[in-house]
Ligand binder design. Structure first.
Ligand SMILES: [Zn+2]
Length: 280
C-alpha cells in the first residue's frame, strides 16, 4: 500500500467530522475500511478524488451504524454501475485497465456479513441487491485468517470488543512495513502479539485524558489518547494514528491531542483531520 486516506475521523455522534473510515491506496486501486454512517461517504470520496470504479475491496470492522451504513450506500452505487455495465474498474486515465465486469469483494466477520446482507435486502432495490453473491462478493473472515488483497498480506483478527463482534487487521506490506487497525475499541492484551513493533497503529481515542471525567470514555468501551500512547510505547509502535475522536474542535483538536501527549509518547503521533493523507 502506498497511502492511507482518512475519509472520516469523528466518533459516532460527530457533527464537524465524518464518521471514522479510511481508504488504502495501491496505485490506482483502493481498499476501503468501513463506510461511515451515511451518504456523506459520497462527498468524502469525491473530495478525495476516489472513483467508485477504483474501489475493489471493502473491509467492514463491525455492524454499528457509524461504520456500516455508508457501505450500504457504496453497494447501492456499485450495483447501479454494474447494472449499466460501467463497473469495469477502468479509470479514464488508466493505461492498464481491467477486463470488463469485475467484482467487488467485501470482507467482515460473520455477524457483520449477516448485517450487510439483511440491510441490503431491506433497503436496496431488488435490481441492486441481486448483485450480492454474484458480483458483490461477501467474504466471511475468521480470527487470525490471512488473506491476500491487492497483493498485500492481511491478517484479520477479533479485537475482543466489549460491544458488538468486531474485527481489525494487521497489514504486512510489500515494503516490509506493518500497519495495524484495531477498529473503534481499545486493543486487547491477547492481540498485543499482532501489534508489537508495528510501523503504524490506527487506533480510536475518544477524548483527551483531561476530558475523561466529563466524557466518560470507559463507559462507552473507548479510551483516552494517553491510554493509547501508553500501550503504543509498551508495544514499540513507531507511528500512532488516532481517530474516532469525539471533539468537535476542528481547529484545535490536533494541537490539543499532540500537546497533551508529545512528551509522553516515544514515536510519531498523528491526529489526522478528515481527508488528510499519510504516505506509508
Ligand atoms: Zn464507531
Amino acid at each position: 500500500m502506498e497511502e492511507i486516506i482518512f475519509l472520516g475521523t469523528g466518533s459516532a455522534s460527530s457533527v464537524n467530522f465524518y464518521n471514522s473510515c479510511f481508504a488504502l491506496r495501491k496505485g490506482n486501486e483502493y481498499m476501503l475500511v468501513d463506510g461511515g454512517g451515511g451518504k456523506e461517504i459520497f462527498m468524502q470520496l469525491a473530495k478525495a478524488k476516489i472513483s467508485f470504479k477504483s474501489i475493489r475491496h471493502i473491509f467492514v470492522t463491525h455492524n454499528h451504524i457509524d461504520h456500516i451504513i455508508g457501505v450500504i450506500w457504496i453497494i447501492r452505487k456499485i450495483a447501479i454501475l454494474m447494472k449499466d455495465n460501467k463497473y469495469d474498474g477502468i479509470e479514464e486515465d488508466d493505461k492498464v485497465g481491467y477486463d470488463e465486469g469485475v467484482d467487488i469483494n467485501i470482507y467482515a466477520a460473520a455477524e457483520t456479513i449477516d448485517a450487510i446482507r439483511i440491510l441490503s435486502k431491506l433497503t436496496l432495490a431488488k435490481t441492486q441487491s441481486d448483485f450480492i453473491d454474484k458480483r458483490i462478493i461477501l467474504n466471511i473472515v475468521k480470527d487470525r485468517e490471512c488473506i491476500e488483497i491487492l497483493e498485500e498480506d492481511f491478517t484479520f483478527y477479533d479485537v475482543k470488543a466489549k460491544k458488538e463482534k468486531q474485527y481489525g487487521f494487521k497489514l504486512t506490506m510489500k515494503n516490509g512495513k506493518i500497519l495495524v487497525c484495531n477498529g473503534d475499541e481499545p486493543c486487547a492484551e491477547e492481540n498485543f502479539d499482532l501489534l508489537q513493533n508495528a510501523d503504524y497503529l490506527v487506533h480510536e481515542a475518544f477524548c483527551l485524558d483531561s476530558e475523561k471525567e466529563e466524557k466518560e470514555p470507559y463507559k462507552k468501551a473507548h479510551v483516552t489518547a494517553k491510554d493509547v500512547c501508553d500501550i503504543a510505547n509498551r508495544l514499540n509502535i513507531k507511528n500512532l494514528i488516532l481517530f474516532h475522536i469525539s471533539s468537535e474542535d476542528a481547529l484545535g483538536r490536533k494541537e490539543k491531542y499532540i500537546s497533551e501527549n508529545e512528551d509522553h509518547y516515544n514515536g510519531n503521533l498523528f491526529i489526522p483531520n478528515d481527508l488528510e493523507r499519510i504516505e506509508l
